[in-house]
Design a protein around this ligand. Structure first.
Ligand SMILES: NC(=O)c1ccc[n+]([C@@H]2O[C@H](COP(=O)([O-])OP(=O)(O)OC[C@H]3O[C@@H](n4cnc5c(N)ncnc54)[C@H](OP(=O)(O)O)[C@@H]3O)[C@@H](O)[C@H]2O)c1
Length: 383
């Protein structure tokens, strides 16, 4: 029986994780759960899973949950409590599924405590890739990607990296793949969140629509698999059936295929190196629509171009880009700025921020805060 600490329990990945746990009550126990403000959903989850701990980062929400709690669950509050449950001696696996920079510290704490980290929070690698990978190696933690593309690469690389030439991350292209750029100006948050293949949280849905999500994934792949930027290609594949591919020197290409459902990826991370039922149907190739592949359009999806540039530049460029993106997406979701303003705000923040090379978590956090301040100021021009 493995004790799971599920960070981001009320989100899209959280929900899919719990549905895999439901299929295997003999293998997995929910030890701790976390959310930010959604105490009502957390209340229901605590009643169902009876975890030892429930963390609400927001203090008022923690108080409301604590007052309502009938289960034998200890309610904790604040970001520090996330670090504590992630590194708790009884935690075996953590699912790092908090959205954004807020998920970085707890994932790093789990790495330093030598846990199995099922990493959905790509921001941990985008912001602090070197520090994070170093901690994983030093403390003998296990890092299993929970992103469909990286899980695909991880699965394809099971026999090692010998003869590896490059990897190809597939991208669905999001809801606006075939939308003329002239219409981008009037895109609404609801349109941007209506992903054709995947059901996800709103922030990552907007990132998919701008293709910043693919940019973040390129950076994630760079750290996860120790690859040079030129070894990482992106190919647009609207059907999201081929989740990614590995290309070898001998002309061989290995790909992982499946229906687009995160439960496959999550169950693999939970059962690795075995495989268990995830509740996802096997792929029916006969009735699958024809698979298409295209070059990404870097002029239309400027965010993808910016991410490659930030990775090549190194240092704090990725931190700045991620911070500016989080601020811009938040403004966009609040109907304060237009869809096209997202990349403009990121570009301007990147050119305003001074270059630096953060070498500690503290300097990563302070770079992130400065970049957010600059991005907020720049955003005012567009509001
Ligand atoms: N969804 C996918 O298919 C998918 C695929 C690959 C990777 N990912 C990655 O997985 C992560 C989660 O994505 P998601 O789509 O599941 O997001 P989501 O549905 O928006 O859920 C986010 C979760 O994080 C919690 N949270 C939000 N802000 C927080 C904060 N400041 N401190 C602590 N917890 C906070 C939320 O709690 P409340 O409900 O209380 O706000 C919720 O439980 C992201 O990094 C995303 O890029 C997602």
């Amino acid at each position: 029986m493995k004790n799971i600490t599920l960070l981001g329990a009320t989100g899209s990945i959280g929900k899919s994780t719990l549905s895999v746990v439901d299929l295997h009550p003999d293998k997995f126990n929910i030890f701790a759960l976390s959310a930010n403000t959604n105490w009502q959903q957390m209340f229901e989850l605590c009643n169902k899973y009876q975890p030892n701990y429930a963390v609400m980062v927001d203090e008022q929400s923690a108080e409301k949950l604590s007052n309502a709690m009938t289960a034998d669950t200890q309610v904790l509050s604040g970001a520090q409590a996330l670090d504590e449950i992630a590194a708790h001696q009884h935690t075996d696996f953590i699912m790092a599924a908090i959205v954004g920079t807020a998920g970085m510290s707890s994932a790093l704490c789990a790495a330093k405590a030598g846990k199995r980290i099922m990493l959905a929070n790509k921001e941990s690698l985008v912001l602090a890739g070197d520090i994070f990978m170093q901690a994983v190696a030093e403390f003998n933690a296990e890092l299993i990607p929970v992103d469909s593309e990286h899980s695909a690469i991880f699965q394809c690389l099971q026999s090692g990296k010998s003869g590896l030439n490059k990897i190809q991350l597939t991208a669905s292209g999001g809801p606006f793949l075939h939308t003329p750029i002239g219409k981008f100006k009037s895109i609404t948050p609801d349109e941007a969140c209506a992903h054709p293949n995947w059901s996800m949280g709103r922030k990552i849905s907007v990132d998919s629509a701008t293709m910043m999500n693919k940019g973040l994934e390129v950076i994630e792949a760079h750290y996860l698999f120790s690859l040079a930027p030129k070894q990482i290609d992106v190919v647009v594949h609207p059907q999201s059936i081929v989740h990614s591919s590995v290309l070898y020197e001998d002309g061989s290409t290995l790909s992982q295929l499946g229906n687009p459902d995160m439960r496959t990826v999550i169950s693999y991370a939970m059962s690795y190196p075995q495989r268990i039922n995830s509740g996802v149907a096997a792929l029916d190739l006969i009735n699958t629509p024809a698979l298409e592949f295209y070059q990404p359009d870097f002029e239309k999806f400027t965010c993808l171009k910016l991410a490659f540039e930030a990775l090549n530049k190194g240092g704090n460029a990725m931190i700045t880009m991620n911070a500016a993106n989080e601020i811009a997406v938040e403004h966009f979701l609040n109907h304060q700025i237009g869809f096209l303003d997202i990349s403009k705000i990121i570009e301007q923040t990147l050119s305003t921020m001074k270059h630096a090379t953060p070498d500690s978590l503290e300097s990563v956090i302070s770079n992130d805060l400065v970049a957010r301040k600059i991005a907020r100021k720049i955003s005012k021009q567009y509001v």
